[in-house]
Design a protein around this ligand. Structure first.
Ligand SMILES: [Zn+2]
Length: 278
């Protein structure tokens, strides 16, 4: 069983995004070098393909970009698609649109999610004082069966401080695996707040809520290209508690999880027929 750790907040996170974007830029650059001389020919050769040949996935992505694909022609072309007659959209651009969706990576079994034992091993400090806020932000959401129960022993999720040099940034969460929530959350007291002051208890609560989000399956709101979009959530949610550390003021200043975070968690964990958990 492989535990997938998600590296959060700044250092690793930004490094990963930079690597992905760099890799894509390289691909785009190589593609342009190889194809720039014959792009026009390729486009003309392939415009006979009708919209029926375009996969539903591509059509859905174009819809998310704002095209009315019921009324707009879409033709396949080398390296991308021609939309509305003369707009060439590369496959890379379509992949980029996936960078903005609220999504989960994997999910916790319904029964487990209703009783997740979580232990505060942070000690007497601002992070420890923020613990209750962190779990309350999720427990306060109504019409979901997700429940985080504070315990003093045998936790499902242990929340502890980082050892010296263990992590960069404010925190680390762990994705679920095989229907079991991620078992560890680490918070780093040595990381200053976005204004340079020590992180307050309230801010630690927000950060913990964010990390708990990972342990129950959420990706970053901007990183949905890894996972599955949660039905009923938008491609962009600027207020999501799952906003990545590259835009930390959203989490630091949050009064609550966002309305779409609530919608997402209700869809993931509930007693309704359309729930996503098993
Ligand atoms: Zn995160």
């Amino acid at each position: 069983m492989i535990s997938v750790l998600i590296a959060l907040w700044f250092n690793l996170n930004i490094l990963i995004m930079k690597t992905i974007k760099l890799a894509m830029l390289v691909v785009i650059a190589i593609g342009m070098t190889k194809c720039s001389s014959d792009v026009e020919n390729d486009i003309q050769q392939n415009t006979t393909i009708t919209q029926e040949d375009i996969s539903p996935e591509i059509l859905s992505k174009l819809q998310r970009m704002g095209f009315d694909t019921d009324k707009t022609s879409v033709a396949s072309a080398k390296g991308g698609y021609i939309v509305d007659g003369d707009i060439f959209i590369t496959e890379e651009t379509l992949k980029e649109t996936n960078f903005q969706k609220q999504a989960f990576y994997t999910i916790v079994d319904c029964n487990r999610a209703g009783n997740i034992r979580i232990q505060n091993a942070l000690g007497n400090n601002a992070a420890g004082r923020g613990f209750q806020r962190g779990i309350d932000l999720w427990n306060r959401v109504n019409r979901t069966t997700l429940r985080l129960i504070p315990v003093n022993n045998n936790p499902d999720i242990l929340v502890r401080l980082s050892n010296p040099g263990e992590i960069g940034g404010w925190g680390l969460g762990e994705f679920p695996s095989n229907g079991v929530e991620g078992g560890l959350i680490i918070l780093n007291l040595n990381e200053p707040s976005i204004d340079g002051d020590p992180v307050t208890a309230r801010e630690w609560g927000n950060i913990l809520a964010h990390e708990i989000g990972h342990n129950i399956g959420f990706l970053h709101a901007e990183q949905g290209f890894f996972g599955t979009q949660i039905p009923g959530t938008p491609n962009v949610d600027p207020n999501s508690i799952m906003t990545s550390g590259s835009n930390p003021n959203v989490v630091f200043n949050a009064n609550d999880v966002s309305n779409f975070d609530k919608r997402a968690i209700r869809r993931m964990y509930s007693n309704r027929n359309n729930r996503l958990c098993n």
